[in-house]
Design a protein around this ligand. Structure first.
Ligand SMILES: C[S@@+](CC[C@H](N)C(=O)[O-])C[C@H]1O[C@@H](n2cnc3c(N)ncnc32)[C@H](O)[C@@H]1O
Length: 271
């Protein structure tokens, strides 16, 4: 099932969501790339940053969500980026007609079960000296996700919900990405960061983690629970569980979120 993305909900927290992208990009040393591809570009904010960083480059944003791409096109008033609707599982870099200098996959691969089979083809598509950069959340065992599965397990729709909810196998550990990318002939930089996102008292009705997950982790639940009553009941139960796990303290609500990063620089002469 393909999730229906809601750009407005996703972008509510764009200040927090954008920081890992900036930190990922700070480790990418491409000078003057000619062809840059942002896979899973979403509503395009990060893609437009790529276009600003490399004003002479051809920049392509690829996503399979019509809703996200509509917002991306609206955000790109100067029509700077080529927006392409495609599933990255079938997207073929050969169709670009030339080697790619930079491929970005920021906060995408957790949604793509075949990721380990796709990355080698993307590295092959890179020009010698090209760059690949990815970031995935590594929080599948955090309360935000374990509670989602617990609430789903108690739901009358458990049988439909549980197979669709993210588990830790959705992403790999940094060392796994490191070995794979190094084995493909790249110099590799991998790391992880656990952000302590702080939401001041009152922000997002003191339910910031619920609002966060409404834009991401809850999407598969919404895909199953199309009845509004059923959905509201689920969200209320999950919200109650979250407020215990992420209580409002004196300085606000703290949401710890681990993220995993990898930047690969393809060697000029990979051996
Ligand atoms: C969490 S958002 C990240 C958006 C953007 N990269 C950013 O960092 O703001 C994930 C995006 O990946 C897209 N996506 C998920 N699976 C995909 C697939 N198989 N093919 C193409 N896009 C996909 C979704 O539509 C969504 O826009």
């Amino acid at each position: 099932m393909v999730e229906t993305w809601n750009p407005e909900q996703y972008d509510k927290l764009s200040d927090y969501r954008r920081r890992p992208f900036s930190e990922l990009m700070s480790r990418l040393g491409a000078g003057r790339p000619q062809l840059v591809v942002d896979l899973g570009c979403g509503s395009g904010g990060c893609t437009l940053e790529l276009a600003l960083r490399w004003p002479d480059a051809r920049v392509i944003g690829v996503d399979n969500s019509a809703e996200m791409l509509d917002t991306a096109r609206r955000n790109d008033s100067g029509e700077r980026v080529e927006w392409v609707r495609a599933d990255v599982e079938s997207w073929d870099p050969a169709q670009l007609g030339g080697q790619v200098d930079v491929i970005i996959a920021n906060s995408l691969l957790q949604w793509v079960p075949s990721q380990m089979g796709l990355i080698p083809a993307w590295i092959t598509a890179l020009a010698p000296g090209g760059w690949f950069a990815m970031q995935v959340p590594g929080n599948y065992n955090a309360p935000s996700h374990t509670l989602l599965r617990e609430v789903a397990a108690k739901s009358p729709r458990a049988a439909d919900l549980l197979p669709r909810l993210g588990r830790s196998e959705a992403v790999s550990e940094p060392a796994v990405y490191f070995s794979m990318l190094a084995g493909l002939g790249c110099d590799v930089d991998t790391w992880e960061t656990t952000y302590q996102h702080v939401f001041a008292p009152g922000v997002l009705h003191n339910e910031p983690v619920l609002e966060w997950t409404k834009g991401t982790a809850l999407l598969p639940v919404f895909g199953v629970l199309t009845d509004q009553g059923e959905r509201a009941e689920f969200v209320a139960a999950y919200g109650r569980a979250l407020s215990q796990a992420y209580p409002l303290g004196r300085f606000g609500t703290v949401f710890a979120l681990r993220r995993i990063f990898a930047v690969a620089h393809k060697k000029d002469d990979p051996r």
